[in-house]
Design a protein around this ligand. Structure first.
Ligand code: HEM
Length: 510
């Protein structure tokens, strides 16, 4: 009797433990209310979601979940949790969400082939290896002269006409990326290949905006006949397919066909690979070179422009910070030459300004979405396979516990060089998907920041009555965000610097 009783109790205990374990495994993360069928769709913010998610930190904490029409979305506000999942469990948190509009509907030649969108796996690994080899910390110095020349030309042109700041930034950043990726030196803002790149970015912003296309929520819509009312997105997808084919192929084939006649400036990402690869082997890798290269072009355009604009806004608001940086620049560089990227090591304050700019206005506030490739459990909460994960970089960089008074632009907040690097790195994402262009971007940004500060005082724009107008520091909404329009004036610090800028911008491209 006793042994039967013990055996039954044991079985019951195991059963209960099993049920409890299963329940615990399925425990859902907190989040806004979920309604039948639509889940928390009504709560999904569409404008500047990073700010809303940041507010929700008070209610739901550092990690929470939304269910939008059956799609599970996890938002991470806590840096520790982001590191636990995206860094330490990167083998299952490095996928990208399966996109229909930007992916399947462009199947043969669309975004789904490019590094930023590729699912985690062999093709992604090969493409990433191809691009990263040209942008490692030891490789990027070969582009410093290019970045310095373009920074000087930018400042020279904006000094002449401050209203061109934004346009000139888009142009110069485009010149830098196209030169480094394809050996193609752009000489006009209306250049065909540069314009193609911009159109590619617009396409990306449109198709990657969460919730913009119903087909991403209800994939079956992709099978609608194209003549049906409401199926306009199919026509749009077909047009994008044609455009993206051109965006990716035109600069690559220009680079390849001009290698022998010397028009392709070397070194550059595609040219170096083409030169070092046998024709037969190139046929195999060409597809990945084309799509890896165009991802670098896309990844490097607006992110840099956004950071440079944030820097200018911060400087308008803080003349005292400009003065302090100028004192450092004058001491290290003197007044007879322009700063070089190699001066960076001797300029702790300018380095702090750059890190503070990336903290204050991170260009990709929700990073690029990651996706989970296997079911997972974190601290007892169940995170299903396929969940889209949004690390709220903006919140992490505005956490008052780490950055007191976070809205204040304050380069002095960093106690050590390690704090500077950690903060800066955070703006570039996480784990295996961390931005492959970060070392390259740091060069362009440092060149722009240091050159502008060394040569100019950065002043607020004026209204029609001649009164100074301070920037409002509002950003657009999207995956990569830009400060909204603001006015600026630049005043040359001396006649000598104007001559130095003229000289530097007249150096022939190489
Ligand atoms: C201020 C400058 C930049 C910032 C703040 C930035 C930020 C980011 C972020 C947050 C991601 C997503 C990382 C993740 O998924 O965890 C990313 C990805 C990426 N970035 Fe950047 N980026 C910058 C400049 C550049 C430049 C200059 C290039 C190219 C030359 C570039 C190319 C890419 C590519 C190709 C990806 C996709 C990587 C992948 O999915 O494996 N970015 N970047």
């Amino acid at each position: 009797m006793n042994s039967t009783y013990t055996a039954v109790s044991l079985v019951l205990a195991i059963g209960l433990w099993f049920i409890h374990a299963q329940r615990a495994k399925r425990r859902l993360l907190p989040g806004p209310p979920r309604l039948p069928f639509i889940g928390s769709a009504l709560y999904m913010p569409t404008r500047r979601p990073w700010l809303v998610f940041s507010e929700w930190d008070k209610t739901y904490g550092g990690i929470f979940q939304l269910d939008v029409l059956g799609k599970s979305i996890v938002v991470i506000n806590s840096l520790k949790i982001a590191k636990d999942l995206l860094d330490k469990r990167s083998s299952i948190y490095s996928d990208r969400p399966h996109a229909i509009m930007a992916g399947d509907l462009n199947e043969s030649i669309g975004f789904s082939k490019s590094l930023g969108f590729l699912p985690y796996g062999d093709t992604w690994r090969k493409q990433r290896r191809i691009v990263i080899q040209n942008f490692t910390p030891s490789m990027v110095p070969k582009y410093h002269a290019l970045q310095e020349k373009e920074a000087a030309t930018l400042v020279k042109n904006v000094l002449e006409d401050p209203d061109t700041l934004r346009k000139e930034l888009h142009f110069r950043i485009g010149v830098i990326i196209l030169r480094a990726t394809y050996g193609y030196y752009v000489t006009s803002p209306d250049d065909y290949i540069l314009q193609l790149g911009r159109k590619g970015i617009e396409c990306f912003s449109r198709t990657s905006a969460p919730g913009r296309y119903l087909v991403d929520m209800i994939p079956a819509l992709q099978y609608l006949p194209s003549w049906m009312p409401g199926a306009d997105f199919l026509k749009e997808a077909a047009e994008m397919r044609t455009l993206l084919h051109e965006v990716a192929n035109a600069p690559y084939h220009w680079c390849k066909s001009n290698l022998d006649n010397g028009k392709t400036l070397m070194p550059n990402l595609c040219g170096t690979i083409i030169q070092n690869t046998e024709e037969e082997e190139l046929k195999e890798v060409q597809h990945n070179v084309i799509w890896g290269a165009v991802s670098m072009l896309g990844g490097g355009l607006d992110t840099n422009v956004s950071t440079a604009l944030s820097f200018v806004m911060a400087m308008i608001l803080h003349p005292e910070i400009q003065k302090k940086a100028q004192a450092e620049l004058d001491a290290v560089v003197g007044k007879e030459r322009l700063p070089l990227i190699s001066d960076r090591a001797n300029m702790p304050y300018v380095r702090r300004i750059m890190a503070e700019t990336l903290r204050w206005g991170p260009p990709a506030p929700l990073s690029l979405p990651h996706a989970v490739s296997e079911d997972d459990v974190y601290e007892g909460y169940y995170i299903p396979k396929g969940t889209l994960v949004l690390p709220n970089i903006w919140h992490m960089l505005h956490d008052p516990e780490v950055y007191p008074n976070p809205a204040q632009f304050n380069p002095d907040r960093f106690a050590t060089d390690e704090d500077v690097s950690k903060t800066q790195e955070l703006a570039f994402g996480f784990g295996r998907r961390i931005c492959p262009g970060m070392h390259f971007a740091e060069g362009s940004l440092f060149a722009i920041i240091a050159t502008m500060l060394a040569t100019c005082d950065i002043l607020p724009g004026l209204d029609a009555q001649g009164r100074e107008v301070m920037p409002e520091c509002v950003y657009t909404s999207g995956t990569v965000v830009l400060p909204e329009a603001f006015g600026v004036r630049l005043r040359a610090r001396s006649k000598v610097v104007v001559g130095l800028l003229d000289e530097a911008s007249a150096v022939p491209p190489e």
